[in-house]
Write a protein that binds this ligand. Structure first.
Ligand code: HEC
Length: 338
């Protein structure tokens, strides 16, 4: 939207420039034509009557004849010369304006909108490319875990030509102009993501500046350390079922269903990606929604059938874990279609 607006704005300004430019140009051509530099006696030619009516310079040149050397015509020639110099000044000025103003505008637009590597580019690559272009997978010999590696390219050399998105193989492959299309085997990137990458490349494909993370692309390497002795997970979330018969306790990668009367865990719902930080029952008590997910990676919600303990669905999204959950507009039976 913003780009569209800016684009239109600069189009308008180009039209204006064009209008400004045309005026002196007509003056200039008229004046240039009217000035006859050859000195010496000239044959007396009756100045065409149009000469006095229309701009002098142009009229004087009609038919390519030499103009009469009468005082009046000399004055016309001087006036034409003056007009010529004013016109060429105007022409020069509007030419400079014509050339500079879009450049200034583009610069201004870029200053405001040029995508930034760490906040705009890295997340797109991390989400869509890293699975296959990490040090571990290294498909096509291409690792994108850091800006330097990204610029280095893959087995066919650099895939990004700074300033030239159209010539960058990375873009050509995203657009399907070079096969295989990337990301490989899945849906193409949204046009808006490709557009962001293109603007960034066209603006010089600048790397992280001082203070910005330089290895933002590397996936978090979190070691899976197993405890040597069995540990009971701490409780990070709690919720009673609507009828008060079950207390659900969310812990690390699990939810324990505790019978309110006996105080014993009757069932453990396993398989959550990380701590279950929020639990909600459906208003009819039939389903349990458990939310969490690994911090800094994604959010996760698992939907469980309370009566059978069956997992109905796992939803993942966002770029961080979920801390709280609420159910609204509940309609029994809807859950199966989630
Ligand atoms: C599912 C795996 C997969 C994903 C995801 C993926 N790629 Fe690839 N990529 C490949 C494979 C495989 C190759 C090698 C293709 C070949 O050479 O035939 C490759 C090659 C490339 C190359 C060419 C490297 C070279 O030097 O030849 C580029 C550029 C590229 N990918 C960009 C991307 C971008 C950008 C994304 C994310 C938007 C992406 N890929 C996502 C699998 C993937």
């Amino acid at each position: 939207m913003a780009n569209g607006l800016r684009f239109r704005e600069s189009q308008i300004s180009n039209h204006l420039n064009f209008a400004i430019c045309r005026l002196p140009f007509e003056f200039a051509s008229a004046a240039t034509l009217g000035v006859n530099p050859s000195p010496g006696p000239r044959p007396l030619v009756k100045t065409p009557s149009r000469a006095t009516l229309s701009p002098r310079g142009r009229a004087a040149a009609v038919g390519g004849e030499r103009v009469a050397t009468s005082g009046r015509d000399r004055a016309a020639v001087i006036a034409a010369k003056r007009a010529a110099s004013i016109a060429s000044l105007c022409l020069a000025f509007s030419f400079v304006w014509l050339v500079l103003s879009p450049a200034i505008r583009i610069q201004q637009a870029h200053a405001a909108t040029t995508p930034v590597f760490s906040s705009d580019i890295a997340p797109i690559l991390q989400k869509n490319c890293l699975a296959c272009h990490s040090t571990a997978a290294k498909m096509g010999g291409f690792v994108m875990e850091s800006y330097d590696l990204l610029m280095k390219g893959g087995k066919d050399g650099p895939a990004i030509v700074p300033g030239k998105s159209e010539q960058s193989r990375l873009i050509q492959m995203l657009e399907g102009k070079v096969q295989p299309r990337m990301p490989f085997g899945v849906d193409p990137l949204p046009a808006s993501d490709i557009a962001v990458l293109k603007v960034w490349i066209d603006a010089g494909a600048k790397g992280p500046v001082a203070g910005e993370a330089s290895r933002v692309l590397a996936p978090l390497a979190i070691p899976d350390i197993k405890p040597k002795v069995p540990v009971v997970s701490p409780i990070v979330s709690l919720r009673f079922s609507p009828d008060g018969s079950i207390l659900a306790a969310g812990g690390y990668k699990q939810v324990r269903m505790i019978d309110r009367v006996s105080g014993k865990a009757t069932r453990t719902l396993e398989g959550h990606a990380d701590y279950v930080r929020s639990i909600v029952f459906s208003p009819d008590g039939k389903f349990l929604f458990a939310a969490g997910g690994p911090p800094q990676q994604w959010g996760e919600i698992k939907v469980w059938d309370v009566a059978t303990g069956a997992l109905i669905r796992t939803m993942r999204g966002h770029k961080d874990c979920i801390y709280s959950l609420a159910v609204s507009g509940w309609k029994a039976g809807r859950i199966r279609k989630l």
